[in-house]
Design a protein. Structure first.
Length: 260
């Protein structure tokens, strides 16, 4: 036999108005059911107050995380939920150390270098999502988007302000360096960000080549200045020797769902 639980009575108009005025939407949503439960189970008033405030705090935390995730520009989907630590050539203790985010608290950098398909972007993006889940702000870019940012703000001489706003993020993720030719604007933008973030913010960077080889991609003066700062407080992780995840999945027929 199915037992239908009666709906909790709505809040009275005065209490509803007060919660709206105080901007407590999560308490307002949860209060009817919690008040009914507290009455039925004879909760201590202090316990009811605690539970109501926890609902509001947790709701605000979820909303903040959602806002920060949208603002970050991080691509969706590449989180640690889908990460296979056994498939990565990076040692597991190193993976765990990265997930602790202690390096980000110390404004250190992470440079993940290696061939395409070895999990560089997945790891960098997963670290970005993980950092947001743990209270940090993140900004995700490619060299192309950084070059566009530079060109957009050069017209009104506001490049420095734009870079300053970007490095307000606790962690800046720059993905896929050396996948495409580096334009002068992209090279300048990369240097400006590395210089502005130096010893203040963390950068997580993925590249097909080691930072020491950046002079093959960009003007030597900018490359030298960038490499002088970027690896100074950086953990350089090499994924050479690993097979491409994408190629392995495609070969095994796991890259797509079977056609109906």
């Amino acid at each position: 036999m199915t037992v239908n639980t009666p709906a909790a009575p709505p809040l009275n108009d005065e209490l509803d108005a007060l919660l709206r005025r105080l901007r407590m939407p999560y308490i307002r949503k949860a209060a009817p059911q919690l008040l009914a439960t507290a009455k039925a189970q004879r909760w201590d008033p202090a316990e009811l107050l605690r539970v109501l405030l926890c609902e509001e705090a947790q709701g605000r935390d979820r909303a903040t995380i959602a806002i920060r995730r949208r603002a970050s520009g991080l691509p969706a989907g590449k989180t640690f939920d889908a990460w296979d630590p056994d498939a990565s050539p990076i040692p597991k203790p190193t993976q765990q150390a990265l997930r602790s985010l202690k390096w980000a608290h110390r404004a250190e950098n992470v440079c993940i270098c290696g061939p395409s398909g070895t999990g560089k972007s997945h790891l960098a993006e997963a670290l970005g999502h993980h950092a947001i889940d743990h209270g940090k702000t993140v900004a995700w870019h490619t060299l192309e988007s950084l070059a566009l940012l530079l060109r957009r703000h050069r017209a009104d001489d506001s490049v420095s302000k734009a870079i300053g706003r970007l490095i307000r993020a606790d962690l800046i993720v720059i993905d896929d360096i050396a996948m495409l030719p580096v334009t002068p604007d992209a090279a300048e933008a990369l240097f400006r960000i590395v210089d502005a973030a130096y010893e203040k913010r963390s950068i997580a960077l993925t590249s097909n080549i080691h930072p020491a080889g950046f002079d093959e991609l960009m003007p030597k003066t900018l490359a030298t200045a960038t490499v002088d700062r970027l690896p100074h407080h950086a953990h350089v992780l090499i994924t050479d020797g690993a097979d491409s995840y994408r190629l392995a999945q495609a070969t095994a027929g796991k890259g797509v769902r079977p056609l109906a």
